[in-house]
Design a protein. Structure first.
Lengths: 177, 149
């Protein structure tokens, strides 16, 4: 059957807004690396957004955010993705959460597919801990795309699943045992 | 966070998200990689991307076909996984013949054809929530049956 075009609209970048002066804060990874990031980029993470809001509500100066469950290398990738998407309309990622199909923009596709699978898993796991919906969706779909057409053995190799699993061989075993 | 998580160690929500984008052939192949994924996929309510299950009943043979989508970029293609069950008229042996490379044909001895197919069907119904009424139709009718989900 010939493939048919998906009628789902591609996410459109939000209308450019008048640029406010960047508010830069330090972000510290679990292994002690200190990076810098624009607060607008950090707000893509619901977890960090709540922390930042807490500081703002109490009028406390926000000098450094500690991210205790993400290592420096992965945090740098997370911040790179967030920096690229800091102007995005947050409603796009939320709307995509329940869609049956999403389009991965070319920058994201390039960014995610160039990563070794282990780094991609780290990035998705970090996005999960930091609750970054768009990055979780794009990351998971990139992993699913890489599995397309692969046999069980090829998937083991691709995803680093260690040992072949002995499947039941009894005469009554069903086809997907 | 573990410095190098494996796919099987990812959080449940991440696994579910990933399955959402997989076609059914990938889901089945993934379920055969390790026990963790096997058990995860066999658990109900993962919203597997199944559009329909077609059952075709013929003389001494049945076919079961699962249709699913392949959401790949901006293209939606259909993915089919077909199983055929053939019964040897002389000795009643049943052979299951999948059409993809994740399993070789397997013959069971002295096994009832409908029992074999119903066991597979029950697994799908557990996974994707087909009503038991659909299963009883399988027993009662010898005609093509399509269960659209």
């Amino acid at each position: 059957m010939a493939p048919k075009k998906n009628s789902a609209k591609r996410p459109q970048p939000s209308t450019p807004k008048p640029s406010a002066p960047a508010r830069i804060v330090k972000v510290q990874s679990s292994d002690g690396h200190i990076l810098q990031a624009d607060v607008r980029a950090l707000l893509l993470s619901s977890t960090l957004a709540a922390t930042i809001k807490g500081y703002d509500d109490e009028n406390k100066p926000l000098e450094k955010l500690e991210v205790n469950n993400v290592v420096g290398f992965t945090l740098k990738l997370v911040l790179e993705w967030c920096e690229k998407h800091k102007e995005d309309d947050p409603a796009i990622a939320q709307a995509e959460k329940d869609k049956k199909n999403i389009f991965i923009p070319s920058w994201d596709r390039h960014f995610l597919t160039k990563l070794p699978m282990g780094n991609l898993f780290d990035l998705i796991t970090a996005a999960y801990h930091l609750d970054i919906t768009g990055l979780i969706n794009y990351g998971c779909k990139t992993v699913a795309n890489s599995a397309k057409g692969k046999s069980t053995e090829e998937m083991r190799e691709l995803f680093g699943i260690p040992e072949p699993w002995e499947q039941p061989s009894t005469s009554t075993a069903t086809w997907d045992d | 966070m573990d410095p190098s998580p494996c796919l099987e160690d990812m959080p449940k929500e991440v696994k579910e998200n990933m399955l959402k984008w997989c076609d059914y052939s990938s889901v089945i192949a993934l379920g055969k990689t390790c026990k963790t994924w096997h058990n995860f996929i066999r658990a109900p309510d993962h919203n597997l991307p199944i559009l329909a299950i077609n059952l075709k009943c013929g003389k001494n043979s049945y076919g079961m076909q699962v249709m699913s989508t392949v959401p790949f970029e901006n293209i939606i293609d259909l993915n089919y996984v077909t199983l055929e069950y053939k019964q040897d008229a002389e000795n009643n042996n049943v052979t299951r013949c999948p059409d993809v490379n994740w399993e070789s044909p397997r013959t069971t001895l002295e096994f009832i054809l409908l029992k074999s197919i119903s066991k597979d069907f029950t697994i799908w119904s557990d996974n994707i929530g087909i009503s038991k009424a659909s299963l009883s139709l399988l027993y009662g009718e010898s005609v093509d049956l399509q269960c659209s989900l």
